[in-house]
Design a protein around this ligand. Structure first.
Ligand code: FAD
Ligand code: UQ1
Length: 438
């Protein structure tokens, strides 16, 4: 099919599906989820399509800057610093439905809300995030509730347990875990370990401790360039790196944690006593997507989108942003910095009868905090190719990068990204790589 007829076909398809919208209040753009992705795309959509033409469906009262939770866990920031009222961060020109999306009907261009209300749309953006499944580790919820030595930075309800647990530690086994599922910010499970290690050294308890990183992965970090810098840090800090171990149960009455050995053909398990346990829990696509009967998700349950344009692979008037999509890159707010602009441009292009021109390179970033003053700024794209912003060796631990993570990133997040003014650092990268062909 020629480019021209392909575009015509797409226009006809969009018009066709539009005319079949039925019932409910109609919006030009409906956005499911008001997290990092929904909020940033919503701000751009409101500017383009005008007040009252954009709806955001988001049940939570608060919006959280989750990247700060690593610093909360280390006692560097308070959880209140990471929080804002949802009504204060959602774009003022949009209609906010304080409901959950209960059902997607992409064939009819409608969504059903938890109060039964129906909304119809020209364009739908799905930014529902990734779901944390604490219940997939036997005994974890009771342990998080009852044992002050068990914590996780991944959940608002428990992140404030981490620093007291670090302070409380007097030696013994300190275990940090990484699950056998996709996760958001894949660096976070080890960042808190490096911070705790430094805290324990200063507190004089480190020599009484065995610190271990029990990870389901076969490597310390999925990108070679940064894994090569992290390995000497793990060695320097005397951390026991146990690969291919997946946490399956916690028994807080005995203070034990059991891991399955992922490479064991006999399904062997190993149980450790713990004196401190930080869990990165299993995660998955949100149930509403995973269990959807309409063909909006892939076999893994994540939203099925084109990785270059973020446009849905079957429904051209649906776009995906952030952690709930099947885009094969690390799930971070930094990735959404690039994606939100691509989604917005794509919607305008489809509206103009064109194909989305997005060429997302998979940009994502993980500020790998390695101590109370140091950070490796990992930046990479699809296939783990480094896509760095600064003209220096970013694989090195640096104080400047720690400062950027702690003080500058929150400002960019609240004042630029959520307001739809931050498309990621790509322009600077382009300047850096000018002439190198990269
Ligand atoms: P979210 O921001 O999680 O938003 C999803 C929204 O959807 C939520 O508000 C939720 O209430 C809503 N929702 C869910 N179900 C429904 C429904 N049925 N109907 C309507 N709404 C619904 N990223 C970085 O870039 N750098 C970092 O250093 C970093 N560190 C991190 C450290 C930790 C401990 C954690 C937890 C995350 C970190 N991240 C980091 C990752 C980053 O926070 C996420 O990737 C990003 O927030 C994902 O945005 P999102 O919009 O996809 O999902
Ligand atoms: C980024 O854009 C971003 O989103 C606001 C983050 O999330 C908190 C990040 O952690 C990083 C590193 C970036 C990338 C930005 C620069 C300036 C390298």
């Amino acid at each position: 099919m020629s480019g021209h007829s392909c575009r015509r076909m797409q226009r006809v398809l969009v018009q066709f599906t539009r005319s079949y919208s039925e019932g409910g209040r109609h919006y030009k753009v409906v956005i499911a989820g008001g997290g990092t992705g929904g909020c940033s795309v919503g701000a751009r959509a409101c500017r383009t399509f005008g007040r009252g033409n954009v709806a955001i469906i988001e049940p939570a009262k608060h919006h959280y800057y989750q990247p700060m939770w690593t610093l909360v866990g280390a006692g560097i920031k308070q959880v209140e610093n990471s929080s804002a009222l949802m009504k204060d961060v959602l774009p003022s020109g949009c209609h906010h439905y304080e409901q959950r999306v209960q059902e997607f009907n992409p064939e009819k261009n409608t969504v059903i809300l938890s109060n039964g209300e129906k909304l119809s749309y020209d364009y739908l953006v799905i930014g529902l995030g990734i779901q944390i499944n604490l219940n997939k580790v036997e005994g974890l919820i009771p342990a998080l509730k009852a044992d002050r030595n068990v914590c996780t930075n991944y959940v608002r309800e428990y992140v404030e347990k981490t620093f007291p647990a670090i302070q409380d530690f007097r030696g013994g086994n300190a275990i940090f875990t990484f699950p056998n599922t996709p996760i958001k910010c894949a660096g976070a499970p080890q960042k808190i370990m490096y911070l705790a290690d430094e805290y324990w050294r200063k507190a004089g308890v480190r020599d009484k401790a065995t610190v271990m990183f029990n990870t389901s992965l076969g490597v310390i970090f999925g990108v070679k360039k940064y894994a090569a810098s992290l390995m000497p840090i793990v060695e320097r800090k005397g951390i026991q790196l146990n690969l291919r171990r997946n946490l399956v149960s916690v028994d807080h009455s005995k203070k034990t944690a059991t891991f399955e050995l992922l490479d064991s053909e006999k399904g062997e398990k190993i149980t450790y006593d713990y004196d401190f346990l930080h869990v990165a829990p299993p995660m998955s696509a949100p149930d509403i997507l995973k269990n959807s009967t309409s063909p909006i998700v892939d076999a893994s349950g994540f939203l099925d989108v084109n990785k270059l344009t973020c446009q849905h692979n079957k429904f051209p008037n649906i776009f995906g942003v952030g952690d709930c999509t099947n885009i094969p890159t690390a799930k971070t707010a930094a990735a959404i910095a690039s994606q939100n602009k691509i989604v917005h441009t794509g919607i305008k292009e489809v509206e103009a009868g064109k194909q989305p021109s997005g060429q997302y390179d998979g940009y994502t970033s993980c500020p790998l905090i390695t101590g109370y003053h140091h950070c490796i700024l990992a930046e990479f794209g699809f296939e783990g190719v480094p896509l760095e912003t600064f003209p220096l060796n970013q694989a090195k631990e640096r104080r400047t990068m720690f400062h950027m993570k702690k003080d500058i990133m929150p400002e960019i997040y609240w004042n630029m990204l959520l307001k739809g003014y931050w498309g990621g650092p790509k322009p600077y990268r382009k300047i850096m790589h000018l002439g190198t062909g990269k």
